[in-house]
Design a binder for this molecule. Structure first.
Ligand SMILES: [Zn+2]
Length: 221
């Protein structure tokens, strides 16, 4: 299978579905990561908190740690990626070229405006695609449980450590989130989602739509 994972920022994919993508790669599937911004940002006083150069360097290293080498990083503004035709078209071009079987993107009720915009733009760009799946809104920026429904679980016990290692590549994020708290929070959520399905660690997803077959294509294993 060809899997396309779309994120507004470098770190979104790793936090929300890094274990699943690593597992897919280990099982012989293909993964393509499309990141919509170079992900540098300023603090409230206007001072640079993370340069784009550093964000790209750490982000590529993090994705590589998951085993992902097919990566495109676009240049939309980090904090403002609206649901407009320019964003839809950019995703459309990449999607048309790659022709994915499965698409992962943000949840449309994510509270981060850029996450919401990317989600809606992905839905529009994927209008002719049959399998579109939302990953869980990330904490704290995307935290919203108004609508997220965990329909689909992936057991990530075997790839959790790879996911944690990929998060540790984002060293310049530590100042914002606090290294131990941030990483422990992600690990605990995976533990909670795992507990819900009787496994040690898992990632949860909500399905927009999904084509189901009755052959090996249904499974990542
Ligand atoms: Zn983000």
């Amino acid at each position: 299978m060809k899997i396309m994972a779309i994120g507004a920022h470098l770190d979104d994919i790793e936090i929300a579905c890094g274990g699943t993508l690593a597992k897919a790669l280990e099982s012989g599937h293909e993964v393509y990561a499309l990141i919509m911004s170079k992900s540098g940002y300023t603090n409230k006083d206007g001072g640079i908190q993370r340069t784009s150069e550093l964000a790209v360097k750490e982000g590529v290293q993090a994705l590589n740690t998951l085993g992902i080498s097919h990566i495109d990083i676009l240049d939309f503004p980090t904090k403002d990626i609206p649901f407009i035709s320019d964003v839809v078209n950019a995703i459309d071009v990449c999607m048309s070229e790659y022709q994915p079987d499965i698409i992962f993107t943000h949840h449309p009720f994510d509270t981060h405006q850029a996450h919401e915009g990317v989600s809606k733009a992905t839905i529009a760009a994927a209008r002719r695609k049959n399998t579109v799946i939302f990953y869980e809104p990330i904490t704290p920026s995307g935290r919203s449980y108004v609508a997220f429904k965990p329909h689909l679980y992936v057991d990530i016990e075997t790839t959790l450590e790879k996911k944690i290692l990929s998060l540790k590549c984002h060293k310049s994020e530590y100042n914002k989130f606090g290294a131990e708290d941030w990483i422990e929070g992600v690990r605990c959520r995976c533990g909670f989602r795992g507990y819900e399905i009787g496994k040690k660690f898992a990632e949860a997803f909500e399905i927009l739509r999904m084509e189901m077959g009755f052959d090996a294509k249904c499974n990542l294993n």
